[in-house]
Design a protein around this ligand. Sequence first.
Ligand SMILES: [Cu+2]
Length: 158
Amino acid sequence: MRKVLFIGLLMTALIACAAPAQNAGSGQSEIVVRDAWARPTMSMHGDGGGHGGGQVSAAYMVIENKGSAPDRLISAAGDVAGMIEVHQTTQKDGMMMMEEMKDGLEVPANGSVELKPAGYHIMLMDLKRDLKPGDAFKLTLKFQSGKTIDVNVTVREP
Ligand SMILES: [Cu+2]
C-alpha cells in the first residue's frame, strides 16, 4: 500500500511540474499536526470581579504545512472546554500576558509553527472535566483554507 501511495504522489508531482502555468499561484496547503499535548488542569484565581476564576488548560503542538500555499489556524473546537481560543503570550512591563489571535495563526508554506509554553497556544477555558496526566481528548482545528484536522491531545506535565 505504501509503495502505491508513494508512486501516486510522485506522479501528482510530475503532473504539477508539467503544467506550471495552470498551477501558478494556486497552490494548496497540506497540514500535518504532531506532538500535541496539554497541561493538566490549572485553576485561575478569581479576580474579585465576580468571575470566580475557572478551570483552564492550554494545548501545544507542532503544525506543519507541507503544501505550497500558506494557511492559517483560525479556531479550534472540542467538547473538553466551554471556550477555546488561539492565543499568543506576550510580555508587557515584565508581566506575562496572553491575548487571542483574532486573525489566526499563520502556518507558512513549506514550513511549520510551534505552539509551546510561553508562546502560541490553544487556550482551553471553562474545562468540562479535570485533566490529569495520561488523559487524552480530541480537538478539531479549523484552517482558513476550509480544512479541518482532528488532533488527539495527550495530557502531561510541562
Ligand atoms: Cu492563553
